[in-house]
Design a binder for this molecule. Sequence first.
Ligand code: SF4
Length: 212
Amino acid sequence: MGYRVQEIFRTLQGEGARAGRSAVFLRFSGCNLWDGDPRSKAGAACPFCDTDFVSMAGSRAGSYPDATGLAGAVAELWTGSGGTPYVVCTGGEPLLQLDSLLLDALRDRDFEIAVETNGTREVPAGIDWICVSPKAGTRWVQKSGDELKIVWPQAFDLAALEALPFRHFLLQPRDDPDPEKAARNRSATVDACLGRPTWRLSFQTHKALGIP
Ligand code: SF4
């Protein structure tokens, strides 16, 4: 099977419990909660996406026919860096494409592997770091992992979520093109973290830093 890749790039993880860590981002094309067409966004299961996962216009984008070639393209961005090679598989929804062949090929190159998923698919074995960011009203099956990252506000019961087996509980302000709405969302997120201390603020530092 081949892999449709939106982009592969080296950056610092911008958000979540591992913010600041150097990583190769492997962004797959396609998502099961929105088709990527701006005209259908308002009615999509996930109506607040801030990511281009359809244009296939990013660096190293394209169709990779096999896992070895794709893992090699990821590894090229780490060569010579030292440390533990680290790849974040994201999307779109990465679990529509990430399979055991690709996981094996990345592990053969000594990569520690993270995934950022919307939780609608179960995570396969062999992932080192699982970040789940579910969307309210969708069928959510992956209810364990390393970090639960809720874009806020959404129609979730935070107290109920706290019982789930995650190591980190994060609330991240829902971005919005309207600055006033974005500010309201930031304020609501701060209030939610103050009110329920299990939750920590996740801020999109890459946007503030102007890095991808
Ligand atoms: S689940 Fe993620 S990639 Fe898919 S539409 Fe929502 S924010 Fe975008």
